[in-house]
Design a protein around this ligand. Structure first.
Ligand code: GLN
Length: 192
């Protein structure tokens, strides 16, 4: 059994953990570099990206996570987690891991639409549309050629993969559909 880590600084890590446990994974809430050393893959949840970044810095996790991912550990960022994975964050110098060749735009769907749900066609997850919950969501404004697009919404890129890094602008942990968690788990299994 694989052990999946949930970066437990702030945000929706418990919801991700529940889905992973349903998929029969061992899970660990990660707050220290030592705990990070025990997991086979890491999820950075949605929440507030500036807060999560600051806490990661305080907990000594920025270099530790970066190094694990450079050595091939799969990582999945959702919403705020996606922002933290990006190299560029439009108009912000907030801390980020910069592991993916992306430029992201925060709160990109407009203040007036705080949150919404939309069915997305995601080829890698099969025929059935994926129910995506967007909450003050970012989107990907630019990406390099080595980043593959998994999903778009109204012509905006909202899910991507680059090697062992996966990112989604929405919250797959808030619906009953666990296909994206299974997809990440497959990445982890293939990495071992
Ligand atoms: N707007 C948040 C941010 O910029 C992300 C929102 C979320 O994770 N649901 O960090």
């Amino acid at each position: 059994r694989r052990k999946i880590g949930l970066l437990a600084m702030q945000g929706a890590f418990v919801d991700h953990e529940k889905v992973m446990q349903k998929l029969d994974c061992e899970t660990l809430q990660v707050r220290t570099p030592e705990q990070l050393g025990q997991v086979d893959g890491l999820i950075i949840p949605g929440g507030e990206s500036t807060t999560i970044g600051k806490l990661m810095d305080q907990f000594g996790l920025v270099d530790a996570v970066t190094e694990r991912v450079r050595n091939g550990m799969p990582i999945w960022g959702t919403c705020a987690g996606m922002i933290l994975l990006a190299k560029e964050i439009e108009g912000s110098d907030q801390l980020r891991l910069g592991l993916m060749d992306l430029k992201v735009r925060r709160n990109a769907f407009g203040r007036q639409v705080d949150s919404f749900e939309a069915p997305l066609q995601i080829e890698e997850l099969g025929q059935e549309p994926f129910p995506a919950v967007f909450i003050r969501a970012p989107y990907i404004a630019e990406k390099s050629d080595n980043v593959s697009i998994l999903a778009t919404y109204q012509d905006k890129i909202v899910a991507v993969r680059q090697g062992c890094c996966l990112a989604a602008a929405f919250h797959p942990e808030l619906t009953a559909d666990s296909r994206m968690h299974q997809y990440f788990l497959d990445m982890v299994n293939q990495s071992l």
